[in-house]
Write a protein of this length. Sequence first.
Length: 166
Amino acid sequence: MTPAEEARLFRQLYDELDQDIEKVAGRVRLGAGYVDDRIALTFGDPLILDALDKGEISIGVAQALNSVPHEAWRRERLDVAIRGGCTVSLARRWAAELRSLAGIQKPAGEQKPEAPAETTYIPIATSVSCWFCEGNHDLHLLRVIQVHDSCIRAMDAMLKKIGREA
């Protein structure tokens, strides 16, 4: 049984047993924490549960993404996780960053119009530099890669050394 199937089954039992986690855990002979984690998936984003059901993401990734407060941000990261793969560690980092941003701003689709600011407008950069070639490319042409900071430093050192010898 997949984690998503367990989640749906446990949710059905949860509803039948007066929404009591302990009763569900006793019925299925599993720990209450385990059962609660699975049931929580059914209260999360349905697209995340579907992706988990299809095996496109792991349960840890699903749990982390469900903690992202804004639907637009959550769905964007889900899409990235499905297309490019995602570790639980990376999903937790995304979720933490997005939760901290939630107190500062809302995603573009959820912002309410406000009166024009009296300060000077400072545009947000629409491009970033490629780490490898250092060229400015459209953000949508870049890919997210998972590399340790120590590995990036080693590659930087190697590129600098090659550049000096050329």
